[in-house]
Design a protein around this ligand. Sequence first.
Ligand code: SUG
Length: 464
Amino acid sequence: MNSIEINFDGLVGPTHNYAGLAPGNLASARNRGQVSHPREAALQGLEKMRLLAEMGVPQGVLPPQHRPDVALLRRLGFEGSDAGLLERAHREAPHLLAACASAAAMWAANAATVSASADTSDGRVHFTPANLATNLHRAIEADTTTRALRAIFADPDRFVVHDPLPAALGDEGAANHTRLAPSHGEPGVEFFVYGRGAGAAEHANKAADAPLRFPARQTLEASLAIIRRHGLDPRRVVVARQHPAAIDAGVFHNDVIAVGHLGLLLCHQRAWVDQAKVIRAIRLAYGRRGAEHLRLIEVPDRDVPLADAVRTYLFNSQLVTLPAEPDGPGEPTAIGCPATLLCPTEALKTASTRRFIDSLPARRGRPIAKVLPVDVRQSMRNGGGPACLRLRVPLRGREIAAVHPGVLWTPALHAKLAAWINRHYRESLGPADLADPHLLRESRDGLDELSRMLGLGAIYPFQW
Ligand code: SUG
C-alpha cells in the first residue's frame, strides 16, 4: 500500500519576535529583546519547504495564529479598546504583552503528537494537540491548533483529532515523540520521552535527580494518556525519561538531542536516563523487519559535547528519504536508508559537529548519504531548528487523498505565500512594536486573507 510522510511546516507569523519567554531554551534567553525580522523569518521557513518539496518530499503548511491575542489580555484584566489595552499592557506588564504576541506556533513539532494508522487500534490516524502548558505564550496555541488540525484532517473515517490534554499534564507534542518503522504504512515503534512526572514534588522539580537549573516540560502522565487514547500496542511502545543533565544543558525538548526516521535513530549519548536500557528496549520492540534491524547512530559526548549539540542544533536536523533517483547513489531501501540530513547551517560552523557531519559518508552501511544545510537563522535565534518547524504526518492509502488539499505545497501555493508574506510582514520588529495597534490590524488582515487562500474557513476568533 502506498504510504508517505508529509511534513507540515508552521508558517512563521507576522509578530515573530525575541522576548526571552522560554526558560531552559538557551537561544531564547540569549536573544531576548533583540530586533527580529518577521519577513525574513517567514521566507526562510518557506524556502525550507520549497527545498524539500522540490526534492520530492511531500510538504504541507500550517497557518500562524492570531497575535497579539488581545482576548488573553482581556482575560488577564486589561480593559478598554484594543489600542488602549495594548498600550497599558506594554506599560504595566510587558512580559504578558510579549506572551500574547508570540509567534511560537511556528514550531509545528509542538503542535500535536501524531500516531500512524498502522499503529492505532481503530486503524485511524490519531492526533493529540499539545497543551504546551509549561509556558503561557505557548499554552494559548492549543485551541487554534485543534481547529486548524480538524479543518485539515476532517474525514472522521480516517482521522481523529482529540482534545488537548488537561493543562496539569504538560504535553509538548511530537517534539517528544518519535516513530520508527520500516515504512510509513507498516506498524512501527512509538517512542515517547518525558521530563518529569505530574505529581506535586515533581511538578516543582523537587524530585530526586530532577534537573536543577531548568524546567522539565513533558509529563510522563501526558505521554501515557496519549498512548492510551491513540490505542497503541504496549509491545510497540517505549517510554524514556530525558536525562536531567541534558535538560540543564538546554535540551528542553527531546528533539534537541535525538531524531529518528523510518529505521534510523540518531541520538546523543546523554539523551535519556538509563540510555543503554532504553536503546535495548527500542531494538527489542522494533525487532527484525525484513532483512533489517534498527540502525542507530549514538554520538558520544567526547565527539560532540552536549553544549555543542545544543548550540548548533545538530540533532534538530530533519532526516528525510528522497525518492529513488534512477541512476543516483541514493536509492532508498525499505528502511529509509540512506537518508538525507537537513541540518541547520550552524552545525557546519562548530568544529565538533562539523567533524561528525564530515564523517557520515564513511560510516558503515552509509545510513546518511547526503547532508543539506538550511538557513533558518531567525527561528534558531529563538531555539527552533529545522525539525522544530515541522509536524510529521505518516499516511497511507486513502488517507492521503483525505487531507485538505488547500494546505499542500505546490509551486503555485509557494508563489502565493511568498507574495502574501512580502505584502503583509514587517521587515523588523522590536519589543515596543508589539503594542502597536497597527500590528494587530496588519496581522488580522493577513491571517484573514491566508485562511481563505488555504481554504480553511474561519479558524480565528476574530473571524466569527
Ligand atoms: O517552546 N521557543 C520555543 C522553541 C520551540 C522549539 N521546538 C522544538 N524543539 N520542537 C520553545 O521554547 C521562544 C519564544 C521567545 O522567547 O520569544 C520559544 O518559545
